[in-house]
Structures are given as structure tokens and as C-alpha cells.
Design a protein around this ligand. Sequence first.
Ligand code: G4P
Length: 507
Amino acid sequence: MTSPRRTFAIISHPDAGKTTLTEKLLYVGGAIHLAGEVKARGANRRARSDWMKIEQQRGISVTSSVMTFERDGITFNLLDTPGHEDFSEDTYRTLTAVDSAVMVIDAAKGIEPQTRKLFEVCRLRSVPIITFVNKVDREGRPPFELLDEIADVLALDVSPMNWPIGMGGEFEGVMDLATRRISRPEGDSRTFQGTVDEAPLSDRFAEEVELAEAGYAPFDGDAYRHGDLTPVYFGSALKDFGPAELISALAAHAPPPRPQPAEPAPVSPDDGEVTGFVFKVQANMDPQHRDRIAFMRLCSGTFKRGMKLTPTGHGKPIAVHSPILFFAQDREIADEAFPGDIIGIPNHGTLRVGDTLSERADVRFTGLPNFAPEILRRVALKDPTKTKQLRKALDDMAEEGVTQVFYPEIGSNWIIGVVGQLQLDVLISRLETEYKVAAALEPAPFDTARWVSAANPADLKAFTDLNRAAMAKDRDGNPVFLAKSAWEVGYVADRYPAVTFAATRER
Ligand code: G4P
């Protein structure tokens, strides 16, 4: 028997405390022994590869990794999502590979823009969310205001699981609403060191707790797993209030690996044959070898090292001799993996984001989306004899999912699209080092893009004929409408009701 799996990610706005919480979760889970090792490991990894200089310069992590730990007989796979403002499609796609997420909110700030974007992707896939309101050891906004904001902005029922007894200078601990027990801060640093009591609350806090319990929905596991309700924990990652409770909550309530949407039929984790999909490809981990690691989420079957898997659509089976499981401290060679686990498969560019890998030939996972780019740029080649190399580079990177590329119907100015600024730097850096193409990015006359389709081909043709100057094709030849603004998308969509303007496209 294998242990149950919980495959999850942490979503947050930069600075809310994701790194600190990750560290504490790994610490509670026994995967690391000293807080601070997550950052140290990042620094080591950075030394490894050239183009990750960008990471170093900006002090951020471009790459998502996977951390695994075990507690109480459960295996937790924590998928890291890059947390900087300049996040990429990888951040979004990582969320297609998890079964649940923890949303970290800064108690002083509430829901911030990036939290909200990531939340929307979770909603697209009905990924259930546990909310962690962090930094209650500092002055924050009133807990009622925060709960109401989460409920309003995200349109979710909220269910407080515990209650902060004061914040900032007044912080006296956190009360578990089910047991009425209060975890208290100790010593000068006011960290949690294990002291829990049931001392009565002052009138003021007793009243708050009463209002909190009366005012919000009680926790309902099914509503949470359907993505309709979020349990809310208040705490402080830094001072150790909350991490252990979050792990217990994930163990008790978060869904185990779920059936995944696929053709011809959804794939259940109990299906005997091995299937999985690639949600991320990381190139050039080692510039000497030009190798790539494809990150595959295992959806069914027991994977064994050396197994032959076929990428649907490209035919040839590949033998997976050196799969990698990602542990907190090291990468280890995996002999076996189970549904919900992530496997790193080294390859030389054969595996693409969105690929299905399986023992059977007839399955294909669906629903791994491309997201409408939020930044579009025109690519200007410095040496016109390098057109061919540029096209190859742009196609390669589009296939890897690093950037999207659009070939306008009119003119020869290729347009690339990204969801985060950082991808632009990665693109230029890789064009130079990997493809020896010097290029610059210039402002494009467009601001966003939508994939267009229509039930009746004549409607699509009528639309594209009239808007030729704004039409392009993506890497796979799908028609794309390039718009000057989100407002224009709305305007045009109103005028052409028979045409669908999609902000995501399944790969
Ligand atoms: P991120 O990954 O979401 O960007 O956030 P990170 O964990 O790096 O935390 C951002 C800052 O917030 C850090 O401070 C961190 O120490 C602080 N922080 C995280 N959790 C808590 C908490 O529960 N309470 C308090 N008071 N602070 C918290 P920094 O000064 O920017 O970085 P550092 O130099 O301390 O690492």
C-alpha cells in the first residue's frame, strides 16, 4: 500500500510570506532541519546555470520546483509557484498539476492583485483553497474586514477555523475555534513554543469570537472540496503559529489525487496503467548539456524506473531511465512514483508542455491552458540574415511554453506574448546564448490577444476578413485577434456575438 498523497501549491502576492511558510511547512514535515535552508538551496541552484543570472540579479526564483515530505503517513508534494510580480505562465500551469492550494494573505494588506489572478486559475479548475492570513503578530486589518473581503472579492463562503486574540502589540495568541484552546506566544521573540491553554478570554475577545462563529458558515468539507468554501486560518508563519495546523488541515480535508480531464474519458488515479501530463519544461538547467527537465504529474498507475512511456501524438516510446523526484534537500533518483507525484524526466527537447505520457496510446489529457498574454512585444532582429534562426527559436520557446508567438497575417513583424515581464528577459537571454540571435523587443501596437472561433466557419471568416490587420496565427496555426486594449476586446465581442473570444486556449 502506498501512502495517501496531497499535491498542493501555495499561492500569494509577493511578500505575503510564501517562502517563510514553505520553510516552516517543510520543517514541520521533517524535510529540513533548519529554517533558512530553502533560501540556501536556492542560492546553490543559482550558481549552477548561466541564464539563471537573471534570478540572481533580481533576487527571485524563476523556476518552480517540487518539494516532498511525509507526515502522519501522508506524502505531501508541495509545488512551488514563482512568487515575484514578474510571474509567468509556468506559475499558472503549475496550478493545473495540483489537487488543492493554500492561499497566503498578508493580514495588513488583504487580497492583493497576484493572489487574485492565481485564485482565478484555481477557480477555472475547481481547485479547493485553504486560506492562511499571515503576520497576525504584527498590526493588521481587523479579522472581520479580512474575512468579508475574501468572501466578497473571491465570491466564496469563508469559515474561520481559529481566531487571533489581538494582533501586533496586543497579540496574545490564536484560539482554535473547535477546541477553544489558545496557542500562546512566548519569550522576547513572541514565538510559539508549544504552550497551549484554555484560559478564559477577556470580554472583548469573547464577544469577537462569538460574532465570528455566528457570522460565518460552519466548515463543510464537501463545500471546500467543491471550491465553494474556504476554511480560514489566522497565524504567523514567522512565529510558528499556523504551519502545523495547515498540515493537519491538508491531511484531514484536502482532496487526494483527483480524476483528470482527458479524452476519450477522464483518467482516474485508480486506473492501472501509467498516465501523466507535462505541465512544465525547464530548459538549460545545465548549459553544458542543453538538457531539459520535463515535469510530469502522474495521474494513474504505478510508475517504475526504466518504464517505457509514449508521448501521445509523437509516437515513439521513451524509456525513462533516470526520473527525478524532487525532495527538499536534494534531487533523488526515483524508483517508483504514484498518482499525485511529480516526476522530472530529463530529455533533449522531445517533451513539450501539455504532452500526455502513457503506457496506453489512446489517452490525451485536456485542459492544460495557454493564457492570454498580458504583455505583447514586437521582435526586432538586429541581423536580418538570422530570420530562420529567430523563427526556430520563437517556435521552440512557444512549444516549451516559455513565451507565446504570434505571426501577423499582414507584415513580417513577429509578435511575442507573455504574462509576466520576466519572461521577456528570459527570452532575450536565451536568444543570445542558446540561438546566437541578437534581437530587441519593441512596443507592439497591441495590448492583449484572444483566440477566436465560431460555430459557423462563415462567421469566423466574416470577422477575420474585416479585421485582417489585427489577425495573427499562433504557433499551432490557430487564429488570434490582437487587440489594442481589453476594452477593445469587449467592444468587438459585442459587435460579433457569433464569434467566441477566448482568454485561454487548451494546448
Ligand atoms: P514571499 O515569499 O511571499 O515573498 O515572502 P517571504 O516569506 O519572503 O516574507 C516576506 C517578508 O515578510 C520577510 O521579511 C519575512 O520575514 C516577513 N514575514 C513572513 N511571515 C511573517 C510573519 O508571520 N510575521 C512577520 N512579522 N513577518 C513575516 P523581510 O524583512 O522582507 O525578509 P527577511 O530579510 O526577514 O527574510
